[in-house]
Design a protein. Structure first.
Length: 164
């Protein structure tokens, strides 16, 4: 078992304010999807504000929301993202969020138990945007093994198509 967990940040630029009718279905599903994540195998932690989500934490501007979590491994995170009730919600993201030209998701390894800050996560996203995938910051398409793996930093990939 690794001494590292995978940290994940994804960001989304809102098409309208969270309290608008346009985002009602998204907001109405937040608690359900967050509870699903927390009960998923391999889940470790997620960033929360006083509303039990992270929608009020806006390090990238008033119109950009973030989701930040840690997982036991990349495979556990992948199962939640692509093989759970999260997937149908993710498929609807174009209803609520504008398309982003830059990377909007990043993963990196943290010591097990570490709870990354929003600032740390944004720095990893910016690193990915500037330098591309590396052991420092990566994506499902270009992932890297944990620092304590048999082959630390070895590249691997989940090349399957995103269902959204």
């Amino acid at each position: 078992m690794s001494n590292y967990h995978i940290a994940e940040l994804n960001v989304a630029k809102l098409k309208a304010p969270l309290d608008s009718p346009e985002l009602k279905d998204f907001v109405d599903n937040l608690d359900r999807i967050n509870a699903l994540a927390e009960s998923s195998e391999g889940f470790a932690w997620r960033l929360k504000d006083e509303g039990n989500d992270a929608t009020s934490i806006r390090p990238l501007g008033d119109d950009v929301i973030i989701n930040l979590s840690t997982w036991r491994d990349v495979a556990s995170l992948k199962r939640f993202v692509y093989q759970s009730a999260h997937t149908p919600i993710m498929k609807r993201r174009r209803e609520w969020f504008t398309r982003m030209a830059d990377a909007y998701m990043v993963m990196w390894w943290v010591k097990a138990g570490h709870q990354p800050t929003a600032a740390e996560a944004v720095a990893k996203l910016e690193y990915l945007r500037q330098h591309g995938p590396s052991p420092e910051a990566f994506t499902f398409g270009d992932a890297f093994a944990a620092p304590d793996a048999a082959q630390p930093g070895e590249r691997f990939s989940f090349k399957d198509a995103c269902p959204a």
